[in-house]
Design a protein around this ligand. Sequence first.
Ligand SMILES: C[S@@+](CC[C@H](N)C(=O)[O-])C[C@H]1O[C@@H](n2cnc3c(N)ncnc32)[C@H](O)[C@@H]1O
Length: 251
Amino acid sequence: MEIYYNDNFFSLDIVWGVVEMKLTPRLLAVADKVPPGSRVADIGTDHAYIPVYLLMNHISSGVIATDSRPGPLQAAAETLELFRLQQLAELRLGEGLTVLRKEDDIDVIIIAGLGGDTICSILADGLEFLQKGILLILQPMTCVGKVRTWLAEKGFAITEEDIALEESNFYEVVVARWTGETALAQEKYLSLGPVLVARKHPLLKPMLEQRLEHKEAALAGAEYSNSPAAQERIAELKAEILAMREVLQCL
Ligand SMILES: C[S@@+](CC[C@H](N)C(=O)[O-])C[C@H]1O[C@@H](n2cnc3c(N)ncnc32)[C@H](O)[C@@H]1O
């Protein structure tokens, strides 16, 4: 096996004369949730690594890759050109879901590598569009619990969840589809990942242990202050720590 291309996000290997593109675990955990044959929109595509992977592996026959900034979209154009895939991917410049149209006939929307708050606001701005049953594959870099809560409140069912480990960082992937039913009351572990907990994902234990350590350090820091804001934060942290310990006991 010869590696002839490598950067931070993917490598290209030649195996028995066939070029294979290998994504990093985070991007792969996102890409492998796409059902074969889907028409995909990758929002905030940057270098278009996911679209290239989906096209090269014939998982998708057509991709719309979008970004809110011209620089990343130019990088996407260059990656697609490198792989001679520019005919199969359409690049669109613009904010969130505003660049998508009903006629695009999208089956799957990917939003990966953005903060949880940004993801929630992108989804909120395009809620009507998403109510057509489009599959959402989300990989928030922060506030994953907030994204899950937003989804549950707005009538999305979380159908699948995953964790990827990359250089001691854990990344969560949440897959959801609009059903119109709000499942908030039933989801005890919404902030931790109900599907991850139910399926005892093998990376859930190490991820929670790492997070528990951070939360306990944050709690120790917050306990120095008597302000009402600090008291609120302390109560929040204690509830989070309790939920994590509860789940850890079952893993
Ligand atoms: C950190 S990169 C993530 C790239 C890739 N999706 C990944 O997971 O590696 C985030 C990209 O999202 C773009 N972005 C940020 N906010 C956006 C928005 N509201 N709509 C579309 N793109 C956005 C940024 O310009 C940037 O290129």
